[in-house]
Design a protein around this ligand. Structure first.
Ligand code: PRT
Ligand code: ZN
Length: 285
């Protein structure tokens, strides 16, 4: 039987979450000591462990069929591959930062400035769009020290918490891209490999849905039952069960993580009691 080859980062920021995602999709893997490649025990998947920068090229060449990589890397490398799904981890932004002491009013203040980055294509594209003259210096690591050692006036690099910028006396002034890990694919997959990829995508989407939602159980006063049901936007038909106390019913539903506190406050104000909120492993719609 055909196996789908997935490339994931060998080590680094995306490694743990990529492995966790496969495990959450109930795919069992044994990672050997050499960690070059391994085969899933219960799914037709071969896992290749690579440097993240190499994954787009391997996907274009068909050495790997699918891969997990930051959108920032994919867009910088410009390979002919398809983005299939955003994965919700490895979130960061590609931002321009200047020394804290610089008074920054707007983007025109960057005109003619020397900018150090590992993302020359994306930075050039951004400046061209904004009609700003840029002087880009490509460097491959430790970008944030460039202004401090006189190599550049400002930088463009990935930011997540912002503490690296802070520690290097820099402040973030423009965001040029919001990024996260994505699942990307070779554009010429065979029919049988596409079937396997779609099975995997189906599992990934179920896991993602579940992560964004919570199962909620509560006791609702019957007088407020309709208002309570209509304030639960999750699934179409919540489960309503009678309780031994005939003035109350038990209501079960699913609510979205983003609206969580707003919904809970509303439910409480409508008289809901004994509210239980439970994580969901998977949602199959
Ligand atoms: O060895 P390999 O080449 O595979 O890995 P790498 O060292 O090139 O990449 P790695 O593991 O650092 O990052 C892999 C991917 O994680 C990136 O391509 C992004 O998609 C994503 N990611 C998410 C980040 C960050 N957050 C991040 N904060 N990648 C890098 N950083 C760095 C940033 O470059 C800066 O040095 O973290 C620092 C800033 O972090 P804060 O929290 O201080 O703002
Ligand atoms: Zn890398």
């Amino acid at each position: 039987m055909d196996k789908l080859k997935i490339a994931i980062q060998k080590s680094g920021r995306l490694y743990e979450d990529s492995i966790k995602l496969l495990k959450d999709c109930s795919i069992e893997i044994n990672i050997g000591i050499d960690k070059l490649k391994t085969t899933a025990l219960n799914f037709p998947l071969e896992i290749l462990f690579l440097r993240d920068d190499d994954i787009p090229q391997y996907l274009e060449d068909g050495v790997a069929d699918i891969g997990i990589v930051g959108k920032n890397v994919l867009l910088e490398k410009r390979k002919k591959i398809n983005i299939k799904e955003s994965l919700g981890f490895g979130k960061c932004r590609l931002s321009i930062a200047v020394p804290k002491s610089l008074i920054y009013k707007n983007i025109n203040d960057l005109n003619g400035k020397k900018i150090a980055t590992s993302y020359p294509f994306l930075v050039k594209k951004f400046f061209r769009k904004k009609c700003i003259k840029s002087d880009i210096h490509e460097i491959s690591g430790a970008v944030e020290i460039a202004p401090g050692i006189g190599l550049a006036d400002c930088i463009c690099d990935l930011v997540s918490s912002g503490s690296t910028l802070f520690m290097n006396g820099l402040k973030e002034v423009e965001t040029i891209l919001k990024s996260e890990a994505v699942l990307a694919a070779n554009i010429n997959l065979t029919f049988s490999k596409k079937i396997i990829m779609n099975k995997l995508l189906f599992r990934i989407r179920s896991v993602k849905q579940a992560k964004n939602n919570k199962y909620i159980l509560l006791n609702a006063p019957n007088k407020q039952l309709q208002s309570i049901i209509s304030s639960l936007p999750g699934i179409k038909n919540p489960v309503i069960l009678p309780l031994s106390n005939s003035k109350f019913s038990s209501v079960h539903s699913v609510i979205n993580e983003n609206d969580f506190w707003k919904i809970i406050e509303n439910l409480k104000s409508l008289g809901a009691k004994d509210i239980l909120v439970i994580p969901i492993e998977k949602i199959i719609l």
